[in-house]
Design a protein around this ligand. Structure first.
Ligand code: ADP
Length: 169
């Protein structure tokens, strides 16, 4: 039984993340997508951790070996808690590389060598996609239907409406 974790902010989950999740689910027996409390992004998150968990559950419910969870702490501690030895991360462009390499090496070191990182390179059609660009576009009322599944699009629009940000679409 090979368990993997896919930790991240997922604020919100995009087609780019979903592509990584589908591909990882074919490679590992069980993949746990874990919404991490991010101290840096903290208060600047658009969605609460619970909302993000629910959103990912909504769009991965059809993949039997995918679970969704959240964790306040280090990814290596969450991995140890559920007995996972693989962390999945996505790479879009060379700009992701330095940051991702640093996290991967830190996780390896802090876990005493037990947590390895597997990088999945983005599918070309999603190479431009990020949660921050989705938020930027949506906040100005732009069309995010090519970036996120319909149910996520609805939740993003509702959130901006709730926050009083006028959507023009
Ligand atoms: P974090 O704040 O931990 O970077 P994100 O939710 O932004 O969390 O991303 C989680 C992981 O998914 C990261 O490894 C990121 O590089 C990857 N990722 C994000 N968007 C894409 C995409 N379009 N294609 C492939 N990987 C992606």
């Amino acid at each position: 039984m090979i368990r993997a974790i896919y930790p991240g902010s997922f604020d919100p989950v995009t087609y780019g993340h979903l592509d990584v999740i589908h591909r990882a689910a074919k490679m590992f027996d069980e993949v746990t997508v874990c919404v991490m409390y991010n101290k840096d992004k903290g208060d600047r998150s658009l969605f609460s951790v619970d909302e993000r968990v629910k959103m990912i559950q909504d769009v991965t419910g059809d993949i039997p070996n995918v679970r969704v969870d959240s964790y306040y702490g280090l990814a290596k501690d969450y991995a140890a808690k559920i007995g996972a030895h693989v962390s999945i991360r996505g790479l879009r462009a060379v700009t992701d590389f330095e940051y991702e390499l640093q996290i991967a090496q830190t996780n390896k070191l802090l876990s005493g060598g037990s947590l390895d990182t597997v990088f999945l390179t983005t599918s070309l059609e999603y190479a431009y996609l990020s949660s921050s660009s989705v938020k930027e576009i949506a906040s100005f009322g732009g069309d995010i239907s090519v970036c996120v599944p319909p149910e996520i699009e609805r939740m993003v629009k509702d959130k901006y409406r709730e926050l009083g940000v006028t959507s023009q679409s």
